[in-house]
Design a protein around this ligand. Structure first.
Ligand SMILES: [Ca+2]
Ligand SMILES: [Ca+2]
Length: 271
């Protein structure tokens, strides 16, 4: 695996001091303490293809996906020296909705590991609502509370039922926390986020604290917050979701509803 400190030093020169007051320009400040910080991002090198294409979507659902079904790398936060360890982070895909919805499932493709396995570990599913939809989730509101799920298999999408109720229009940031490693120092070092590098939709995000633990309630309280490209690994996390609109749908005479939205490809136009 190749450490990314040099890339990160460049990309994050400027995040120093952008803590709770984190505003609209996450890369805009002045001095980086990066070399003093113990936790960095690295690649796990795994690759694979999803066994199944999309999670099944019920009628009247939004289907959220950014990836092409195959991942070319896997990514994790942690340390390389003196010992390789993992630190938990918040891995998120951004989507836009024009109305209140309930996120009723989240699907994640867990990547295979060069060493160790994710099977048996518990991840925390998370959803954040950025009502101002300005491309900065630093002030996004976390929806609901911890939703721990067990990783049962790798290399294929695992679909977990959820009930995250989002009150209105805006951007949704949907994903997971590698909860087992949240305190940092976890061994062996694992790479929980499968990355589709065939394209970069600019909608895959990562929030982390350079000194663990990552704040999973207030994303803006973390000194590392940006898109995968801003972390030097452009691409899309293999995180998908479905959501059901809170409004009533058209009912036809034959009794079938029409879907009120199609695939939302990575957040539509911003205001
Ligand atoms: Ca791919
Ligand atoms: Ca915002």
């Amino acid at each position: 695996m190749k450490p990314l400190e040099s890339v990160l030093l460049m990309l994050f020169s400027g995040l120093a001091g952008t803590t709770a007051a984190h505003a609209a320009q996450p890369q805009a400040a002045a001095v980086s303490p990066w070399r003093l910080q113990p936790v960095t991002l690295a690649r796990g090198g795994g690759a694979g293809t999803a066994a199944a294409a999309m999670p099944a979507a019920p009628w009247a659902s939004h289907v959220f996906a950014l990836d092409d079904g195959s991942y070319e790398d896997s990514i994790g936060m942690g340390t390389d020296t003196p010992t390789a360890t993992q630190a938990g982070a918040v891995w998120l895909n951004r989507f836009h909705v024009a109305e209140a919805v309930t996120v009723d499932s989240i699907s994640i493709l867990w990547p295979t590991q060069a060493a160790g396995t994710l099977v048996g570990l518990q991840a925390n599913l998370v959803v954040y609502h950025d009502a101002d939809a300005d491309g900065d989730p630093g002030n996004a509101l976390r929806i609901g509370s911890d939703h721990l799920v067990t990783i049962a298999a790798v290399g294929a999408f695992q679909t977990y039922p959820t009930s995250f109720a989002v009150a209105g229009a805006g951007d949704l940031y949907i994903g997971f926390v590698d909860q087992w490693a949240l305190a940092g120092g976890y061994k062996p070092r694992l790479f929980p986020a499968a990355l589709d590098q065939s394209s970069d939709q600019g909608m895959s995000w990562l929030a982390a604290a350079s000194t663990p633990p990552t704040d999973i309630v207030d994303l803006g309280a973390n000194d590392l917050l940006g898109t995968s490209a801003q972390f030097g690994v452009p691409g899309n996390w293999l995180i998908r979701a479905t959501a059901t609109s809170g409004v009533s749908d058209v009912i036809f005479r034959d009794g079938f509803e029409t879907p009120d939205a199609g695939v939302a490809a990575g957040g539509a136009a911003r205001s």
